[in-house]
Design a protein around this ligand. Structure first.
Ligand code: FEO
Length: 394
């Protein structure tokens, strides 16, 4: 990609990666991604973000299409995850006089990432950078999605630089939302990106939206196209997705796998007991519901019960897949327990129990397990176990 002029004196100098299919080992990228960076030119020249280390040469070429690299005065790092900070060390090698602007947390991350003491100027809310003819303002926005995150605001051009916030893994060669051909594909990726990156930080998303200048007309994120025509819709979606749903009752989710109906019988007993306790209860067999539906329900429930038989000394993969989707950032104030029927050695409930404890759910001391077909007494004991888990959040 070449340098693209977005506004007078505002250039996109980032790099497209249309063939990428897995981003940062954890996210699918069906339509590739872009490592965005911006160059603001004037009396002083400032770069906003660098790019992944693998793409430094193209980034450098893009900058040089606008001005000699040596004429860059400042580097603003709104967020320092290596997909944005990976080229900082090489940039500094070529521009040794460069001064870096970032938050206090950003300075620490950047120095730990580069293993260098860096020429950082730490900024706070309201601090400004006068470029001569354009003054930028810094707006810390912590936990969007790292502690170091901030926005940079250019009031003269009503342009806000937000790094990951409102971004998306999507390649749009013109860098403009108004030119996206497949709007449905973009919207799907925009939602997926929110869910993966900002879903665990919903209160901070709401705070970030409130910090955005209301008169922003262009938002320049660090992945995917810049937002102008779709900006208000994008903000609305983030607000909707981040606003807690009001609940009349506490919720419980009983999710299980069952080979011959024994663990299913335990699940039914647990669900009945929790309903009697006043919970809004959802039950799901992992082999009959989609993983995403199970994951969403598991992440929203106040009480989570996970059941599995034991097959070859372990829980079935489909059950582990649900646990792998749990949002480990938001388990405070929630309770979970593990149960299962077994035939030989019965390791699965204990293994699931350990995992739930590791995720810091409130959990009873032991899991609940039953040998083969549950008796009436076993089902009553399962009900008692479910109530004991629910008691942990009362
Ligand atoms: Fe795109 Fe959090 O880095």
């Amino acid at each position: 990609m070449s340098a693209i002029q977005l506004r007078e004196g505002i250039w996109s100098v980032g790099v497209l990666n249309p063939s990428l299919r897995v981003f940062d080992i954890v996210m699918e990228a069906k339509y590739g991604t872009s490592y965005n960076a911006y160059l603001l030119t004037g009396e002083k020249n400032v770069l906003i973000e660098t790019v992944h280390a693998d793409y430094f040469e193209e980034y450098e070429q893009n900058i040089r299409q606008v001005l000699p690299l040596e004429q860059v005065d400042y580097l603003i790092m709104n967020h320092n995850e290596p997909d944005h900070s990976g080229s900082v060390a090489r940039l500094l090698d070529q521009c040794p006089g460069l001064e870096i602007f970032c938050t206090a947390a950003g300075k620490k991350h950047l120095e730990d990432i580069t293993n260098r003491t860096l020429p950082c100027r730490v900024v706070k809310a309201g601090d400004k950078l006068d470029l001569g003819g354009r003054t930028l303002e810094f707006i810390p926005a912590p936990l969007l999605h790292w502690a170091d995150s901030m926005f940079t605001w250019d009031p003269a051009d009503k342009t806000l630089f937000t790094c990951d916030f409102l971004g998306c893994h999507f390649c749009e060669p013109t860098m403009l939302d108004e030119n996206i051909h497949d709007q449905a594909a973009y919207e799907g990726e925009f939602a997926y990106y929110y869910q993966g990156i900002f879903g665990p930080f919903k209160p901070f998303v709401l705070a970030g939206l409130d910090k955005m200048p209301a008169d922003a007309r262009l938002v320049c994120p660090s992945h995917g196209p810049c937002l102008s025509g779709t900006l208000e819709r994008a903000k609305e979606l983030y607000r909707t997705w981040s606003t807690p749903k009001s609940k009349e009752k506490k919720s419980a989710f009983v999710v299980y796998a069952s080979a011959y109906g024994c663990t299913a019988a335990l699940a039914a007993a647990a669900a009945k007991a929790l309903e009697a306790e006043g919970f809004s209860v959802t039950t799901a067999d992992v082999t009959k519901q989609s993983l995403s539906a199970c994951a969403d329900a598991a992440n929203e429930a106040d009480v989570l019960l996970v059941g599995a038989p034991t097959i070859n000394k372990d829980a079935p993969k489909a059950v582990w897949d649900v646990l792998a989707c749990l949002d480990a950032v938001n388990t405070k104030g929630r309770a979970a327990g593990a149960f299962g029927a077994y035939g030989w050695s019965g390791e699965a409930p204990g293994m699931l129990h350990t995992r739930l404890q590791q995720l810091r759910f409130a959990a009873p001391e032991t899991p609940f397990k039953v040998l083969f077909t549950p008796t009436t007494e076993d089902l009553e004991a399962m009900a008692g176990y479910a109530r004991s888990v629910a008691d942990l959040i009362k």
